[in-house]
Design a protein around this ligand. Sequence first.
Ligand SMILES: O=C(O)CCC(=O)C(=O)O
Ligand SMILES: [Fe+2]
Length: 326
Amino acid sequence: MSVIPVIDISPLVSSSSEQTKFDVSQAIRRACEAVGFFQMIGHGIDEQLFDKLVIEARRFFAQSSEEKQRYAVHKWNPSNSNQYRGYFPSSVNGKEGLDLSSPYMNSEHELVKKGDPLHELNQYPMHGVLTQYWDEMWRISLELLRAVARTFDLDASHFDKLLDDRAFGGAGTLSTFRLNYYPQLGNQTPVSIGADDGEPLSCEEHYDGCVLTILYQHKVGGLQIQSENRTWVDVPIVPYALVVNTGKCLERWTNGCLRAVKHRVKLLKEERLSIPFFLEASYSTPIVPLPTAGGAPKYDPIIYGPYIIENNSKFKEYQRDDDKSS
Ligand SMILES: O=C(O)CCC(=O)C(=O)O
Ligand SMILES: [Fe+2]
């Protein structure tokens, strides 16, 4: 299928009958099975919040590199201890970005105090609009996973406790909220070239490793997904829609029913902002194919934390050991 479905999730986020919620949940499942992506409307996020978020993101990236450097992770600012959560410059992989962790992470937790890379607190002050947007992403994420749970004959809250472990003595969700800025590139060289079609790219062809990604692409498109016949399909701009895609973790969890699909971003002449929220499972969550997904398990059980560290090490912007410096 090459058309990316547009799904109105309003019944999931308002009071509506169980049947209506189930019908929307099924539409989400079908999209994630057939395409791996959908455009989500009816999410209930105030349009003004997106506008404020874009202003906030632009304000951040418009700062001088010295100012942004203050929030850079250790690799680019040795006086900062964070390896993972913070700013990375465009010299590494074409785009620059700011990776933010949960503003609600349990700061007393042993892993947070120890400085575990996945459990780092933000050095960039995350308040106001950024926290409001985080709250919205978290609200929607839980509803999407409840939708998935329903279609696999599970209690709707099945995944809730596997995504945020604070109630079980953990530090909280490992999810990442990222601001991506693709500068106006002029004649600069692409970060990579499409493997099949030679398309110049500003974000390489990849799968997301997380559970789900919820992405806001602001006004400028360029995101493409690979269809089953290996051709590349544009993800069009639908105003104030959020692009949702299945990550490799959810693919494993659903025994391959929901598909993670390769995607990339074309190299454009104009600047571009994209704002993904990577929904992650808690560190010690076992990812074991759901028995209700049917069929013999196609994947070995894994523990989320070590799995995602290994997965992220494939991305240039996460190769942060000093000896791998690019
Ligand atoms: O910038 C985009 O639209 C997509 C970025 C992306 O795929 C990612 O950060 O995983
Ligand atoms: Fe991605």
